[in-house]
Ligand binder design. Sequence first.
Ligand SMILES: NC(=O)c1ccc[n+]([C@@H]2O[C@H](COP(=O)([O-])OP(=O)(O)OC[C@H]3O[C@@H](n4cnc5c(N)ncnc54)[C@H](OP(=O)(O)O)[C@@H]3O)[C@@H](O)[C@H]2O)c1
Length: 353
Amino acid sequence: MTAGVATRLQSAMRRALDLAAEGPAGGPNPQVGCVLLAPDGAVLAEGRHRGAGTPHAEIDALSQLPTGAARGATAVVTLEPCNHTGRTGPCAVALIEAGVARVVFAQRDPYAPASGGAERLRAAGVEVEEGLLAEEAEALNEHWTVAVRRGRPWVTAKWASSLDGRIAAADGTSRWISGPVSRADVHRRRAEHGAIIVGTGTALADDPGLTARREDGSLLSAQPVPVVVGARDVPADALVRRHPRPLLHVRDHRPDAVLAAVAEAGATAVFLEGGPTLVTAFLAAGLVDELLVYLAPTLIGGPRLAIADLGVATIADQRRLDVREVRTLGADLLVVARPVDPGVPHTDSAASA
Ligand SMILES: NC(=O)c1ccc[n+]([C@@H]2O[C@H](COP(=O)([O-])OP(=O)(O)OC[C@H]3O[C@@H](n4cnc5c(N)ncnc54)[C@H](OP(=O)(O)O)[C@@H]3O)[C@@H](O)[C@H]2O)c1
């Protein structure tokens, strides 16, 4: 491959990643983009996946061309073309039938029923290269990829606390601990998840709408499924009942049962917004993949802590976190961290020494 061809393929893959990112996140399907290149390197067509039940990115791109126009083309795709018939037919077959000569894809499909597209293409005589910008593609679909591998939705737990780790005042009021820049960040991140979960304690105390909104209050285009967990009823006049998507009320307290119900509703990434009882249950069960802690420059004191008992009786069992990012948001600090080992308490000989 000449340097010129390699550069063209790389910029086509970057474009395909941008197209992929325009698709909806957090739903049952990954974000995928595709660019079709003519043998001379010119862009013939572009496509992206717009969510479950709509054409895959390759089909979206092919559909913009007259029959026969993709003969001899190179398809640059962010995910291995699928090999199964789901809501749509196999993309590998569509590419073969369109006469595509070469397929360059970034990420291997981790979803077993859909995988095997590369082998099918090769068996039909199509040249296949994989791995170009694979890290970027996996980062884009990290939530979906982890969900497929672990067989449960990705879980992001979020809270806003004072510097002394309190999430509410003694009377239970907690609006607003963090500032407007933090809140805008939360709303943007809500839209990247397929569901938002709160416990009945939070639903009853705060009456949250659980929508993803712009600063002017208008709704963002992607709205996660609102989920309330707990045995108590959600009042008929609760704000969450006016959410554009129907409320999913899970009365079962077990975090794995909650995630199964949410997966059933089509979400591969969930935003767990508290309160402390529910977040503690998920942490204790080893079912949190990432923590977003918005720390406000304030002191509240008192009993309303962000997290309850995690069963850490001795410091050797503390739950170590790997800090991924620390950012200033207005007057607040955002700390993004991941459990070093979500399922097992961290044993640290240095800490116990
Ligand atoms: N600063 C923040 O970021 C933030 C965020 C959220 C909430 N808050 C504050 O937190 C307070 C509410 O705290 P909370 O802990 O009561 O809220 P919560 O965690 O939202 O709700 C607790 C309730 O959820 C149900 N539940 C669901 N799964 C459970 C499980 N695995 N184990 C035990 N119970 C489970 C139980 O209710 P049932 O009896 O109905 O089953 C339980 O009483 C409010 O003051 C709110 O303002 C602050």
